[in-house]
Design a protein around this ligand. Structure first.
Ligand code: MV4
Length: 447
């Protein structure tokens, strides 16, 4: 069993991991940047090591300094959280070479999932539904044009090493293809140092559905239901819920078993998520696989009662999954709202600064994951998320009411935030009616 975990992250997810470790009797080591000496994770861990200056590249993204801190502190494992180094196959590989347990899948799995074209091909071969269009990677406009005809216009041009929306362009017809291809390819070249692209049919107005999975070292794979994460802007999710209200039990079963098959096809291990696009007519397609714990994991914890961080640690320690698929029962409904230091009126621009005062609600069925307190200075160097408010209730209508009530109690003074904007979303008639797709926020901004 793992005895001491170094948490290679900051903010609420670092606090979340510290809590899980403490409940399991595992020692914790926090790392922090010079800007985070007063951060909650730095104060809550058993031990804290300041690893460098504020810039992420000098601290939370600095592999050498994190490995040094791990060895110095005698930690036997690293939990990477999300963002930062969580999906960096090089980092996972160095952990493997140093005999440090990386709490996540192995480095080859991370690398394979990071190549989206390759991952798509693997899924096609495994019989998981993928978006129409070839997984063949191309570098020339000429080859791209040929594959666009196969995929049928409108097409989406994607970077093989993309994901999260980078190096991605839509082309509505062959006249505009070249321009879109070259723009996407230049972006890919600059972001990933790789020119390889793939082309698929552009799916209009889908929902973004993702399935939570747990897989142990012995080939046991279970799913923990789906999350509807359609409400997002600039590829940052704002509101997530589970279950997805519009899925019939049959469709839910098909999507969740497709996700389990996807995991089995690649021999996946640890917690992971398979993302799908879901069309209004019920067609669904594999989009990508995430090899990390996700921001929105609390809503799955609400409806399943399973602690995902503890499961990650147990799996990494070599324990066999303690649950079978039959043990997993989805109970009630959960919604998460992300509270960010940002200005929704100016393209959601981040607004760091000093939190003068903060009050976050509680009560039955209300959970807060946060690392903020009154008087804390939010540094400009990192993500703008301040807190996650998640609720549980027996039905979706009750969960919406509870989310509205709880969000209505939030007080944050001193910095601009999106609380009022989020209140607008969860009281919006289309949201309440479950009529959401990935274009919801764009539409809201246009109205
Ligand atoms: C798509 C798509 C429509 N058609 N692929 C967004 C990021 C990356 N994971 C892939 N993405 C998309 N791929 C085809 N063929 C639409 C998106 C997309 C999207 C997907 C999920 C959630 C929000 C989104 C916002 C814009 C575009």
């Amino acid at each position: 069993m793992i005895k001491k975990v170094l948490i290679a992250n900051r903010g609420e997810i670092a606090v979340r991991i510290i809590r899980a470790c403490r409940e399991m009797g595992i020692q914790t080591v926090a790392v922090c940047s010079e800007a985070d000496r007063n951060a909650l994770h730095s104060m809550l861990a058993d031990q804290t090591i300041c690893i460098g200056p504020a810039q992420s590249s000098e601290s939370y993204l600095n592999i050498g300094r994190i490995i040094s801190a791990t060895i110095t502190s005698g930690a036997d494992a690293i939990h990477p959280g999300f963002g930062f180094l969580s999906e960096d196959s090089k980092f996972a590989r160095i952990c493997e070479r140093c005999n440090i347990t990386f709490i996540g899948p192995n480095s080859d799995m991370i690398a394979a999932s990071g190549n989206k074209a390759q991952a798509k091909k693997t899924m096609m071969d495994a019989g998981v539904p993928t978006i129409p269009g070839s997984a063949e990677a191309v570098v020339s406009v000429k080859d791209g044009l040929r594959l666009a005809e196969v995929a049928r216009y409108p097409v989406m041009i994607k970077a093989s090493l993309g994901g999260g929306g980078k190096g991605m362009r839509v082309a509505r017809n062959k006249e505009t293809f070249e321009q879109a291809f070259l723009t996407a390819q230049t972006e890919a070249h600059n972001a990933f140092g790789d020119d390889s692209m793939y082309i698929e049919h552009y799916v209009e107005h889908p929902k973004h559905i993702e399935v939570q999975l747990l897989a142990d070292k012995y080939g046991n794979v279970i799913h923990l239901g789906e999350r509807d994460c359609s409400i997002q802007r600039n590829h940052q999710k704002l509101v997530e819920e589970t279950p997805c209200e519009s899925l019939s039990p049959e469709l839910r079963e098909s999507i969740c078993s497709a996700a389990v098959n996807a995991c089995k096809a690649v021999g996946y291990e640890n917690a992971g998520t398979v993302e799908f696009l879901l069309e209004p007519d019920g067609h669904f397609y594999f989009m990508e696989m995430n090899t990390r714990i996700q921001v929105e994991h609390p809503i799955t914890e609400w409806v399943t009662g399973i602690d995902l961080i503890k499961q990650q640690i147990k799996i990494a320690s070599g324990e066999k999954l303690a649950y079978t698929q039959e043990d997993v029962v989805i109970n009630g409904h959960s919604i998460e709202v992300r509270i960010n230091a940002e200005d929704p009126e100016h393209k959601f621009r981040p607004c760091p600064g000093k939190i003068e005062s903060v009050y976050l609600p509680g009560g039955k069925g209300v959970r807060i994951d946060s690392a903020v307190y009154s008087g804390l200075e939010i540094p400009p160097y990192y993500d703008s998320m301040l807190a996650k408010l998640s609720v549980w209730a027996p039905t979706r209508d009750e969960a919406i009411k509870k989310a509205q009530t709880a969000l209505g109690e939030v007080i944050i003074t001193g910095i601009k935030n999106n609380v009022d904007y989020q209140y607008g979303i969860i009281t919006n008639p289309d949201f309440v009616a479950g009529k959401t797709d990935i274009d919801f926020i764009d539409k809201l901004s246009r109205d």
